[in-house]
Ligand binder design. Sequence first.
Ligand code: HEC
Length: 119
Amino acid sequence: MRKFLSLVTVIFAVVAFLAVTQNLSSAAIPQTKNKSAIASTYGLQCSKCHGEDGKGIESLQPPDFTSADWQKSKTDKQISDVIRNGAGIMPGYKSSLSAAKITQMVKYVRAFGPKAAKK
Ligand code: HEC
């Protein structure tokens, strides 16, 4: 009976271990989830002026995010400040996007740049 109990304990431990490792491997999913969430935020909030392709709606004269020169001319801080506070006709997003979201958005804007364009 003792032996049987310890066997049960071992099986239990193995099952628990598997459950945890399964969870760990699915913990990698939020990464991609976040990515598509930020893409859809961009699609909803930003693309109407900056375009899905980051080049921008010409008549509004926003910067071309795909331009190497533009990417080089801005620091991450300058980009996040504009997203937070707005510029010209662009509204600020500090009350609608979390700080974490704004950080992701800076990366998203960076990803339009030619160096990051490796699809
Ligand atoms: C109503 C149109 C509009 C919307 C919506 C908009 N932008 Fe802009 N954005 C502009 C314009 C116009 C400029 C150029 C502003 C200027 O320099 O006067 C600009 C500038 C920028 C810049 C460049 C700042 C710089 O220093 O050159 C970034 C980065 C940016 N927008 C990101 C975003 C992001 C991210 C979103 C969505 C969360 C967004 N914008 C939403 C119109 C818009």
